[in-house]
Design a protein around this ligand. Structure first.
Ligand code: NAD
Ligand code: TYD
Length: 338
């Protein structure tokens, strides 16, 4: 079985690639990634020589390269993670989000519909549903209308609609997964949890937007990988699955938990200007996925403890990323396929 993973040098895609390479020695896992600022191959050093893993450096918006790649390889599954993923960056530069997330997804869809694919998995986000208010009894279900608020979530919602349309129009077999905020190993240090851990360890101030009362529903990346694996093998064709649930925390609670675990003082917290259009709350109802057989293995408490320990044990990885030196490794090892 040949599985193409797009964005497999990023945070979630990277964890998924490792999860699949380890779990399925008989599957061939192809990791296609452009290696933007968010892509990092050092995380795959321990699998790069395995027989069931191959890296392909390519841009999902490069139609010619992608179409010809799909003609050469017999992909059975596509798991599509590649995207611009940071809300803050989408506020300062929305254009690249439309290019990568919308146009790039359309290119991958065109290439996928041209071959005899078993399943296309589109990895999306709960942010396409917009925001919830602070009423703790309300949740996003798969029927919640799409109401994205940021350029990032609008670009993801657009890609979701394209995937749906390719299913309805061309019969492309697909599932869409919409997960809550992931955290865990290899999370890029510009997102809240790794940013807090790395800054607290360096005794630097942690910027908290607004009053810190916005709520996110945290999902450990390994539980997310297991969910995608399940959907890949058992998901009903055409179905959307929400992933996450019941690990809601305010941003301030998250930051304080990390500060406390590292034995530092809350004085490191610095309240800064709020994000434009900052969504108040995300919360997932995962009933449909649970009925398919998914159950998370981490609570927020066990997951954040594991994550903090991972950042303590892997300082080299994130210090390299922060300093930007990691790019030299990629340039020495690989070049863009023309
Ligand atoms: P990430 O930013 O860490 O990784 C994205 C990867 O895509 C990088 O390796 C990057 O090099 C690659 N990429 C970007 N543009 C590309 C292009 N044009 N061609 C090929 N590769 C390209 O993102 P992530 O946090 O791992 O998120 C993965 C997916 O999951 C995204 O689609 C995102 O929308 C979705 N998601 C993420 C979260 C989260 O909490 N991180 C939550 C919900 C959904
Ligand atoms: P982030 O990790 O960027 O994920 P998302 O915006 O996709 O939810 O942010 C998580 C929450 O943390 C969000 O409410 C914004 C907030 N935040 C801060 O308060 N300070 C920061 O420096 C960052 C990056 C995020």
């Amino acid at each position: 079985m040949n599985i193409l993973v797009t964005g497999g040098a990023g945070f979630i895609g990277g964890n998924f690639v490792q999860f699949m390479v380890d779990k399925y020695p008989n599957y061939n896992i192809y990791n296609l990634d452009l290696l933007t600022y968010a892509g990092d191959l050092t995380k795959h050093k321990h699998i790069e020589n395995k027989g069931n893993y191959q890296f392909i450096r390519a841009d999902i918006t490069d139609r010619e390269t992608i179409i010809s790649l799909f003609e050469q390889k017999q992909f059975d599954y596509v798991v599509h993670f590649a995207a611009e993923s940071h809300v803050d960056r989408s506020i300062t530069d929305p254009g690249i989000f439309v290019k990568t997330n919308v146009v790039g997804t359309q290119v991958i869809l065109d290439a996928s519909k041209a071959i005899n694919l078993t399943k296309f998995i589109h990895v999306s986000t709960d942010e396409v549903y917009g925001e919830l208010d602070f009423d703790p009894t309300t949740f996003f279900t798969e029927e919640t209308p799409l109401q994205p608020n940021s350029p990032y979530s609008a670009s993801k919602a657009s890609s979701d609609l394209l995937v749906r349309a390719y299913h309805e129009t061309y019969g492309l077999p697909m599932n869409i997964t919409r997960c809550s905020n992931n955290y865990g190993p290899y999370h890029f240090p510009e997102k809240l949890i790794p940013l807090t851990i790395s800054r607290v360890l360096n005794n630097e101030k942690v910027p908290v937007y607004g009053d810190g009362k916005n709520i996110r529903d945290w999902l450990h990346v390994i539980d997310h990988c297991a969910a995608i694996d399940l959907v890949l093998h058992k998901g009903l064709n055409g179905e959307v699955y929400n992933v996450g649930g019941h690990n809601e925390r305010t941003n301030l609670e998250v930051v304080k938990t990390i500060i406390q675990a590292l034995g530092k003082s809350d004085n490191l917290i610095e309240f800064v200007k709020d994000r434009l259009g900052h969504d108040k709350r995300y919360a997932i109802d995962p009933t449909r996925l649970e009925k398919l057989g998914w159950k998370p293995t981490y609570t927020f408490e066990t997951g954040i403890a594991q994550t903090i320990q991972w950042y303590l044990d892997n300082k080299e990885w994130w210090e390299q990323i922060i300093s930007g030196e990691y790019q030299n490794y990629f340039e020495k090892q690989y070049s863009i396929e023309e």
